[in-house]
Write a new protein. Structure first.
Length: 219
């Protein structure tokens, strides 16, 4: 994929390296020469000095041929303008903006801008690390009621069938990771202590299965 990233701070820099290291064609735009230099000589992509919403700079970065555009500067306004420009002028198929101020979420939704709510996401991760370490979040859908999570099962789940572990309309297993291998389990698949289970889960379902998790006791 050809991907243009606006913002070369910690988030943008890490993302640029990750994407480039996985073989994607990555261009980074930032108004700070120092920020671009911090990408280092190992960065396998192109850098472009200028504002995230400067048409000339974006063209130089190859946005006309981009499959995706990501705006992760430290300015919500700049991210919003840049994404709207990418969507409406350059017709980039996929655009994502970083959003730091949660009070602006409604405006982003009304403008049909896909965004990552940075502060809320960080708060969610910290909460899980403090309260629910055995139940790690990957994705939360827009309604906030369903999440894709992974969890390590304990001895109480040994020889338990997937069908018996699942809860209708509350918990559905998609994959099981065991001894370096990934399985797509059928209903009769038997769990073992230490298995890493990836599942779609409704909010609050952890209380129903806590006794089966490696660090959870029945409550």
């Amino acid at each position: 994929m050809r991907i243009v990233i606006a913002g070369s701070g910690r988030v943008g820099g890490d993302l640029a390296h990750e994407l480039a290291d996985h073989g994607h064609d990555v261009s980074v735009v930032d108004h700070s020469r120092t920020a671009l230099e911090q990408l280092g000589t190992t960065f396998n992509g192109s850098v472009h000095l200028g504002l995230a919403y400067d048409v000339g700079v974006l063209k130089e970065a190859g946005i006309e041929y981009a499959d995706a555009f990501v705006a992760v500067t430290d300015s919500d306004n700049a991210n919003l303008m840049a994404v709207q420009l990418a969507k409406e002028v350059f017709m980039v198929p996929k655009t994502i903006a970083r959003l730091d101020d949660p009070n602006r979420e409604r405006a982003y939704r009304e403008l049909d801008v896909s965004y990552i709510p940075a502060s809320r996401l960080i708060a969610k991760v910290v909460y899980e690390q403090v309260v629910e370490q055995e139940f790690r979040l990957h994705v939360t859908f827009e309604d906030g009621e369903t999440e894709i999570v992974d969890m390590e099962v304990g001895a109480a789940a040994a020889n338990l069938r997937i069908e018996d572990f699942q809860i209708e309309d509350r918990l559905r297993v998609a994959a099981v990771r065991r001894d370096g291998k990934t399985y797509i389990p059928d209903r009769d698949f038997l769990l073992k202590a230490g298995d890493l289970v990836v599942a779609a889960a409704r909010k609050g379902v952890i209380n129903k299965i806590r006794r089966f998790l490696s660090s959870g006791d029945a409550s």
